[in-house]
Design a protein around this ligand. Structure first.
Ligand code: LFR
Length: 478
């Protein structure tokens, strides 16, 4: 049996998990969890990357002896390094406003349809491409010689070695999902210097050894290898979907809901672009064809506004509130920025001529109904756009703790939901390391191990989908 440390950084917390893996064993324990608190300074919203790195070191110390370390995090964000390899400022948060209006500038050179045909990436204002165009007029950018995505930056600090892991690179909008390498044409037309990125690395590739200083600080005994994993957290989470066959959809729930399909090839049609589906790269040559939905961010922001009440209390109140009374479009970019969330939700209900939810229970219910409705829409549209029917929806990630959300998702989709793998990203991270260090098996075999070892809960749809169709029509009529 071998042990692996999975560093998994989410938008609101980071954790270091230890996975013990054998042919019929997969046990995950938490070594350390720490908050990830973005910081607003005069120039904008920033990640406290040094604090996160300190959390990683604390976690490795708590993890003790492991056979390898792997890192995953949210996507798109990055640090810039100068010629000496020193970090130039704090990485900018993807919810920062600096990319406002930047897409239009990009589209004047590469129209949106061409950009989609070349990169398969959904439009999101925070795609690394737009961030780079926003950044390049800044004096700091002139000094940048290297760009490292967040997990690659932390890997560099741990090992001294630089690389660009592919699944996360696919969220930059600078990768061609057909060739699985850089979209050279797009970069050239937009004047983006691809030599800023170190060479691509595949999940499973070696990424160096912990530096002697890191060993000393963590009390570990070397050599300890760092292994590239699906370093985009969603890539790791999709790898950990405990599905048996092929006819499944998945929803990775957490701060975001990422809902879609695993495919062998990207869908680059105009229809898919109009529906804002993305083609991110997954493990073993797969494509993650999915849509970003605002996810539990909507609730987290309300909790923050309400002084952090206990989520269990809110869910109990929501369960008693009237169902599907008011819904909002949980895919709407209008909800991306932080702040005033209860008011913004109320405004959206008012603007669409629906009753305005009042009180915490009703607002929480509105959020959960709206998320389930957005899950339904994404699962249905993905099947149609990819011509890939499904019989079951797997829900993984933090949202699996929310039984009401899982049940509403089953009801809305009119499909059974199987929920499990609460720490999906960490599980996928561990499995890719295990495979790189001797565990045999393709993706299906890894999923078999998950299905045999992880507790799963099945939710059967209740009633017909009529009320959900009606709620969808209400939003569409806006
Ligand atoms: C989820 C996630 C999403 C990505 C968003 C921003 O944690 O990685 O997949 O679109 O964060 O990076």
């Amino acid at each position: 049996m071998k042990s692996y440390a999975a560093v998994d950084l989410g938008a609101s917390s980071g954790r270091v998990m230890v996975g013990r893996v054998g042919p019929d064993t997969l046990e995950l324990t938490e070594a350390h969890r720490f908050p990830n608190r973005p910081v607003r300074v005069p120039e904008g919203l920033r990640w406290d990357i040094l604090g996160l790195y300190a959390g990683v070191l604390d976690g490795l110390r708590a993890a003790g002896r492991v056979d390898s370390v792997g890192i995953d995090s949210w996507a798109v964000d990055h640090g810039l390094l100068d010629a000496d390899g020193a970090l130039l400022g704090n990485p900018v948060h993807y919810r920062d406003a600096r990319t406002e209006g930047v897409a239009e500038q990009v589209w004047a050179t590469v129209p949106p349809a061409e950009l989609y045909a070349a990169t398969g990436l959904q439009y999101a204002p925070f795609n690394t491409l737009y961030q780079l165009v926003a950044a390049r007029s800044r004096p700091q950018f002139a000094r940048a010689r290297r760009l490292l995505l967040v997990p690659d930056l932390l890997t560099y600090w741990l090992t001294g070695e630089q690389g660009t892991e592919l699944t996360n690179a696919s969220t930059t909008q600078l990768i061609d999902p057909r060739t699985r390498t850089w979209a050279y044409g797009v970069a050239e037309r937009l004047g983006i210097d691809l030599t800023l990125f170190p060479p691509l690395r595949q999940p499973g590739d070696p990424a160096g050894l912990l530096r002697p200083e890191v060993l000393e600080e963590t009390g570990l005994t070397g050599p300890v290898p760092v292994t590239a994993v699906g370093s985009h957290d969603t890539a790791s989470a999709v790898a950990a979907v405990p599905a048996g066959g092929e006819r499944f959809a998945y929803i990775c729930t957490g701060t975001w809901s990422l809902a879609g399909l695993e495919l062998d090839a990207p869908v680059l049609t105009e229809e898919s672009r109009a529906a804002n589906f993305t083609n991110e790269l997954g493990l073993d040559g797969t494509v993650r064809f999915l849509r970003n939905i605002m996810g539990l961010w909507l609730l987290q922001e309300c909790q923050r506004a309400w002084g952090e009440p206990d989520v269990e209390v809110l869910l109990r109140e929501a369960a008693g509130a009237p169902a599907l009374r008011s819904v909002v479009d949980a895919g709407d970019e209008a909800f991306l920025a932080p702040g005033r969330m209860p008011e913004r939700i109320a405004e959206a209900c008012r603007a669409s001529g629906q009753p305005v939810p009042s009180g915490r229970g009703e607002i929480t219910r509105c959020i959960l109904d709206s998320l389930a409705l957005a899950h339904r829409r994404a699962v249905r549209e993905a099947q149609r756009l990819a011509d890939h029917p499904v019989d079951v929806v797997y829900v993984v990630g933090g949202g699996t703790r929310n039984a009401l959300l899982c049940q509403l998702t089953a009801d809305a989709c009119g499909l059974p939901v199987v929920a499990g793998a609460t720490e999906a990203a960490a599980l996928g991270n561990v499995l890719v390391q295990a495979r790189a260090h001797g565990l045999a098996g393709d993706l299906a075999a890894l999923r078999g191990l998950l299905a045999r070892t992880q507790p799963l809960t099945r939710y059967t749809p209740r009633g017909g989908t009529g009320p959900w169709r009606e709620a969808a029509a209400r939003l569409a009529a806006r």
